[in-house]
Design a binder for this molecule. Structure first.
Ligand code: FAD
Length: 538
């Protein structure tokens, strides 16, 4: 297979245009092109509004060595190594592995274990995705929160109601990233996510992907139990001082299940489970994360800035990623930007309010939104307790709830700077899933963080003109950016409690859908390497 870099074509081109370009580039006739695949597509917007798609293409051609000889400066020979499951170990399991949580980490862990013959049991505190969709929409409609079935909890995990961005900075020598994308495509995501520079799925498609993946795991011998919360770990030890290992779990405060391998893929919002784990003396510590606001602008403004006035209509909805170094030494940055998306009420606890962003596959909403956040560390929490970050999040979320009296508090940027409640919107109207009302978003934060957010947004205006416009709409609080804790694990992925495997974003090993899925895979690999498959007895 040969790889061609930087084939440029104008937006709106057809598949035929691409094929002709490949033939012309390689100087070969049509019948010499046996097959081709787009490996990467990016946008070259250096001379806006004169914008191109730039392609990396892998081709199979007749007489490859002669083409390679003639074009050796422009093409390279490549071999693609597909991801491979490791060989199984030989330790015997008396019980099937239990995975707690069906977000990307739990789902991919289950998918690999099911393929390797381990028949995993997946426990999920929330509802299946069909019921969850109804619960979330009802919450956005009437404000009544279901604490176990919401934007954070339920089948598919936190990313189900999201923009479904799939890019990650995690290194990928083993092909796990590609495997995650290929798996999403296998279960219904568009093929373009395999090559787009910034792949995204969208809530409307993700819901179906998650459901089909679950069905496949079940066909392979796995089992899912919804409305099933891990409430306790049953531990055993030969010596009163430890070490401790797991012998079973408690579900919903009553039921018990024997277990010797338990994967904790619980996400960053399972605060009650964090508390239980702390009481069980799992090794954990507080870690830095980031908090801030969602900011909304007209998508047309972002489009014009990123692509130039009069750019071709066929270009994808424009996104941005901004950072700013602040006077006080902190950094501000944008996070989880949703082009043509919506701000969502993403709360999971009564009396506390958190926001996030989502979009549909078409990204055709009128506003662009993004989090603007600043890093907070244990110094900001005012305590070195492992759960101090959780308490800091709760404090901000309680203030957000109070500012909006239960609705999402919103404020124009100008009024955020002047620390007063807005009286009316300007041109930008909030696009929010869930009720919103005017409130003082700045008052949610300690003064240092409010000032940092203001300065950060003003500095970002140097990169996107209009970013700090007076009528940009801010909402809060963006507090669930990543986990406030880290649960330690050794090289075999096991915690200090034998048989307990912390995994994914909640344990501090991932940040985003793809990296959580990849961490789920790594955890499954560690279990497969150690144990022989578990054969279910019916
Ligand atoms: P989670 O997805 O949080 O899954 C954890 C699961 O465990 C949940 O389903 C929960 O109900 C369950 N659980 C928790 N405790 C228990 C228990 N005790 N018993 C049983 N079950 C339990 N990331 C991106 O990469 N791109 C995006 O576009 C994006 N947009 C987002 C938009 C929103 C609105 C939100 C909330 C998040 C978004 N994220 C996005 C972040 C992404 O969703 C997370 O990084 C990812 O889901 C983490 O995966 P995870 O499997 O580690 O945890």
């Amino acid at each position: 297979m040969l790889r061609i870099n930087q084939l440029k074509l104008r937006p709106g081109h057809s598949q035929k245009d691409l094929e002709e370009k490949i033939l012309r580039f390689l100087h070969i006739p049509e019948d010499a092109l046996l097959d081709y695949q787009i490996f990467k597509q990016s946008i070259d917007a250096r001379k806006k509004p004169d914008i191109f798609f730039s392609y990396t293409i892998d081709v199979k051609v007749k007489q490859e060595s002669s083409v390679l000889r003639k074009m050796k400066k422009q093409v390279q020979k490549i071999t693609r190594t597909p991801y491979q499951l490791p060989a199984s170990g030989d330790q015997t399991l008396s019980f099937r592995p239990v995975i707690v949580g069906s977000g990307p980490a739990g789902l991919f862990c289950a998918y690999l274990l099911a393929q390797a013959g381990f028949c995993p049991l997946v426990l999920e505190r929330g509802a299946d995705v069909t019921q969850r969709l109804l619960d979330v929409e009802a919450f956005w409609e009437n404000g009544r929160l279901n604490p176990s079935s919401n934007v954070q909890f339920g089948e598919g995990g936190a990313g189900t109601f999201s923009d479904g961005k799939l890019n990650t900075l995690v290194k990928d020598a083993q092909g796990r990233n590609r495997y995650v994308l290929e798996t999403f495509v296998k279960f219904g995501a568009p093929e373009s996510i395999l090559y787009e520079q910034k792949p995204h799925i969208g809530t409307d498609i993700l819901i179906h992907v998650v459901k089909r993946m679950r069905q496949q795991i079940e066909e392979l011998g796995g089992e899912f139990r919804f409305h099933s919360q891990l409430t306790d770990l049953l531990l055993q030890t030969k010596h009163p001082e430890g070490p401790f290992s797991v012998r079973g779990i408690q579900i919903n405060g009553c039921e018990e299940e024997a277990a010797e391998v338990v994967i904790l893929a619980i996400g960053h919002s399972a605060r009650d489970t964090f508390q239980m784990l702390y009481e069980k003396q799992i090794s954990m510590q507080a870690k830095a994360f980031a908090v801030g606001v969602r900011i909304e602008h007209p998508q047309a403004m972002i489009q014009a800035c990123q692509y130039g006035e009069g750019a071709p209509k066929e270009l994808p909805t424009a996104s941005y990623k901004l950072t700013a170094q602040l006077e006080n030494g902190r950094g501000a940055y944008t996070f989880c930007m949703c082009p043509g998306g919506y701000v969502v009420n993403a709360s999971s606890e009564e009396g506390r309010l958190a926001v996030n962003g989502m979009s549909y596959h078409g990204r055709d909403g009128v506003n662009a939104n993004s989090a603007v956040i600043v890093t907070v560390t244990p110094e900001d929490y005012g305590s070195s307790h492992p759960l101090a970050g959780v308490e800091f999040q709760r404090m901000l979320e309680e203030r957000a709830f109070a500012q909006g009296q239960g609705k999402v508090p919103v404020q124009c940027f100008q009024d955020f700077c002047e620390n007063r409640v807005s009286e009316q919107f300007g041109e930008v109207l909030p696009q929010i899933k869930g009720a919103c009302t005017m409130g003082n978003v700045r008052a949610i934060f300690p003064e240092i963080l409010g000032a940092s957010l203001e300065e950060g947004i003003r500095l970002m205006d140097h990169k996107i003109h209009g970013f700090a416009r007076a009528d940009a709409v801010l909402s809060g609080v963006e507090s669930r950016t990543s986990s406030p804790i880290k649960i330690e694990r050794n090289e075999e992925f096991e915690s200090n409690l034998g048989g307990i495997y912390p995994c994914g974003e909640g344990a501090g090993y991932a940040g985003g859908i793809t990296s959580a899925a990849m961490d789920g895979m790594k955890t499954a690999e560690a279990i497969i390497r150690r144990y022989a498959p578990f054969h279910k007895v019916f």
